[in-house]
Write a protein that binds this ligand. Structure first.
Ligand code: URA
Length: 205
């Protein structure tokens, strides 16, 4: 296995995602998980970080949160094959609990370190509309660590010539303690996707 030392000067950092050493998360992860979707898709969805399944399979949103997202996309009438799907952080951050690897929220410095890759994806695909799934994604996309998810939902936020729509992370709709909260979170995700779809039509170049 090739390893590159961390602590390199930023301009000496690897250009290949699977070689990234911008933070330490690579060490405990199986692999970096790149975004996936068609080149220059008008809609980009950004999640937080890969989960257990995504880490193993090397693709974003292929585990339980991905299944919920697929349902939401179906209800909103958006085809996943037309969306570029990625994460704010590209390596799975976890801690052991018994035999399981439990998700750990990435630290702001890890989100910041990984922003290099989101920038590259934005430059390459140039989406019109971005759906930020959860607070970590929203902070990363807007480059503002103080932004609040709840206060940002429901409006399309103009940022760097694109529109950003914030909604809940699918894991919240999956794991909230009561059925009513889970259902209303799911509805909010569907509505955010519908809104994104409408905006793409309106703002297509
Ligand atoms: N949660 C995320 O934020 N991203 C994934 O890819 C999977 C789960």
């Amino acid at each position: 296995m090739t390893t590159k030392p961390i602590g390199m000067f930023p301009d000496q950092q690897p250009e290949q995602l699977d070689q990234c050493r911008r933070c330490m998360l690579w060490e405990a992860a199986t692999q970096a998980v790149p975004g996936i979707g068609p080149h220059r898709a008008p809609l980009m969805m950004v999640g937080e970080q890969p989960g257990d399944q995504e880490d193993l399979q090397g693709k974003p949103f292929v585990g339980p949160a991905g299944a919920l997202l697929d349902n939401a996309l179906r209800e909103a009438g958006v085809k996943r094959s037309q969306v570029y799907v990625t994460n704010a952080v590209k390596h799975f951050k976890w801690e052991p609990r018994g035999k399981r690897r439990m998700h750990k929220t990435p630290a702001q410095r890890e989100v910041d370190a990984c922003h290099y890759w989101i920038e590259r994806e934005l430059a390459e695909h140039d989406p019109r509309v971005i759906v930020a799934l959860g607070a970590t994604a929203l902070k990363s996309v807007l480059q503002k660590s103080t932004v609040k998810l709840q206060a940002s939902m429901g409006e399309a936020i103009e940022h760097d010539g694109r529109l950003v729509i914030a909604t809940f992370h699918p894991s919240y709709a999956l794991r909230a303690p009561d059925a009513e909260t889970r259902d209303s979170a799911f509805r909010a995700i569907v509505e955010a996707l519908r809104q994104a779809h409408r905006l793409i039509d309106k703002h297509s170049k």
